[in-house]
Design a protein around this ligand. Structure first.
Ligand SMILES: [Ca+2]
Ligand SMILES: [Ca+2]
Ligand SMILES: [Ca+2]
Length: 153
């Protein structure tokens, strides 16, 4: 009951601030146990929330669509920038393989949890980096071979 009161007080204090930043909202959503820190699992949830078909792979289009439409977090360009950076091994998907590096990126003081300060600072770094400094991998979507139909009537 006491912890519930604390949570209510926290929520009230957040709400009383004028227009909390989107990043703060995102952080609060991800902080499942409301301790003001993101654990590895909690950070993972941010990214896996974009995995609409639950195959534990987030594609660029899933990310961009969810970013702009579902969660209304910002512009498509911003989504693309974040995606390219979050895809640390440049294989075109955000998967479990990328998450340790993402966590390391945010946890600047290496105490195995991400504070709101760390999150906001590093998030700003991600967003403000010029996009054209990022090498965009060429999309290698294989064009489906037309079926060789042995069409005899
Ligand atoms: Ca937490
Ligand atoms: Ca990847
Ligand atoms: Ca930390």
């Amino acid at each position: 009951m006491l912890s519930l009161l604390v949570v209510c007080a926290l929520v009230a204090s957040v709400l009383s601030n004028s227009e909390p930043q989107r990043e703060v909202i995102l952080f609060d959503k991800a902080d499942g146990d409301n301790d003001g820190q993101l654990s590895r699992a909690e950070l993972d949830n941010i990214f896996l929330a974009f995995d609409v078909n639950h195959d534990r792979e987030v594609t660029n289009s899933e990310f961009e669509n969810d970013w702009t439409v579902l969660y209304n977090l910002g512009a498509p360009l911003e989504a693309r920038t974040l995606f390219i950076k979050a895809d640390t091994n440049d294989d075109g998907h955000i998967t479990d393989a990328d998450l340790p590096q993402i966590f390391t990126f945010f946890d600047t003081n290496k105490d195995a949890s991400i504070s709101l300060d760390e999150f906001l600072t590093q998030w700003g770094e991600l967003k403000n980096a010029p996009v054209d400094s990022i090498i965009v991998p060429v999309a290698t979507t294989p064009s489906p071979e037309p079926p060789t139909s042995s069409h005899t009537h």
